[in-house]
Design a protein around this ligand. Structure first.
Ligand code: PMV
Length: 327
């Protein structure tokens, strides 16, 4: 039986130990596990109802067309086949990630879609199954089902059923901040999927896969101990290692701009002065800094002063995906 119209919300997450490479591109199965922090207030709300005349998708107020619409409707098809229904769907997604912040919201989008579309299709999935479903839309979306610190397991199975996320610490369990310095809001030239394909050509890629388990164990231990310096050090190492793979790939890949490099040096200079901030960078030029709440304002102020930085946001640990069924 079809479910009611359902609205769900999920937040973006930033990886501390990165996902960079797939063992199965069709199922978005990662070559390694990863660990992230979900961020409050940077989210996507998705509403879905089945039983309409034809499939329709609206993204941020506009009728979606092209690759963005295709990606959402492919995801709806996947849920339809799991629910064994044929009904057409209306899907509306609205992002609360401020426009022009240059933070990819696909993790939040597919986590909120996993919840809204599966419920509207009449499925009642628990969080692990929602995580596996969200992963099919965008790998990192598997982690946005949960709040706080989250680990996404690589899994061993070919069907991916064990490649799911699990929470390590709830958002209220450890008060940290993530300061985000936006250095460019242009759409990225190389998508994360293309970047991962290119990474596989790098002679550094086997070392990435080989050392992943060590990084994950270090991050897990540090998070359990709420040891900011230990988490920060492994996070910075994982991010720089991920970008080093790109430099050695063919063709090469470099997501950074000049301001990205200047932000890294600014954070490192602050560290010399006793400010405990650690850098991470995803498939784009923005710099994210994990730090204690007491250091966030100092770091944000310093990054605002770096030429080329357009905007700086400070985020708290965020909640996982939540649902709201309409009467
Ligand atoms: O989920 P995707 O396909 O957008 O890939 C995310 C890749 C990184 O953000 C660079 C790393 C990560 O673990 O989130």
């Amino acid at each position: 039986m079809l479910g009611a119209e359902t609205t769900a919300r999920a937040n973006v997450n930033v990886a501390l130990v990165k996902y960079w490479g797939k063992r199965d591109p069709a199922l978005n199965l990662p070559a390694t596990g990863s660990i992230s922090l979900t961020l409050e207030g940077l989210g996507v709300e998705a509403t879905c109802v089945f039983g309409v005349e034809s499939d329709r998708c609206t993204i941020d107020g506009d009728a979606a067309v092209g690759p963005d619409a295709d990606r959402v409707l492919r995801f709806v098809d996947l849920v339809r086949s799991e629910a064994r229904i044929e009904a057409r769907a209306r899907v509306v997604t609205t992002s609360s990630v401020p426009k022009g912040v240059g933070l990819a919201s696909s993790a939040a989008a597919f986590a909120s879609l996993a919840v809204a579309v599966s419920r509207a299709a009449g499925l009642r999935l628990e969080a692990p199954a929602l995580s596996a479903l969200a992963r099919r839309g965008s790998g990192s979306a598997a982690r946005s089902i949960y709040g706080g610190f989250v680990e996404w397991h690589r899994g061993e199975r070919a069907d991916g059923r064990d490649s799911i996320a699990e929470p390590l610490l709830a958002p209220g369990d450890w008060d940290v901040r993530m300061v985000v310095a936006v250095t460019s809001t242009a759409r990225k030239a190389v998508s994360s999927s293309d970047g991962m394909r290119r990474a596989a050509t790098s002679p550094l890629y086997p070392a990435w896969v080989e050392t992943a388990e060590r990084d994950l164990a270090e991050a897990r231990r540090a998070i359990a101990a709420r040891d900011l310096d230990a988490v920060g050090q492994v996070a910075e190492h994982s991010a720089l290692k991920m970008h080093a793979i790109g430099l050695a790939a063919r063709p090469p890949l470099l997501y950074w701009r000049g301001a990205t490099v200047d932000c890294v040096h600014r954070v490192w200079a602050l560290r010399e002065e006793g400010v405990r901030g650690y850098v991470t960078i995803d498939a784009g030029p923005q710099v994210k800094v994990l730090c204690a709440p007491s250091d966030a304002e100092r770091i944000a102020g310093a990054l605002r002063g770096v030429p080329g930085v357009e905007r700086v946001l400070t985020c708290l640990p965020g909640r996982g995906a939540e649902t709201r069924e309409c009467p």
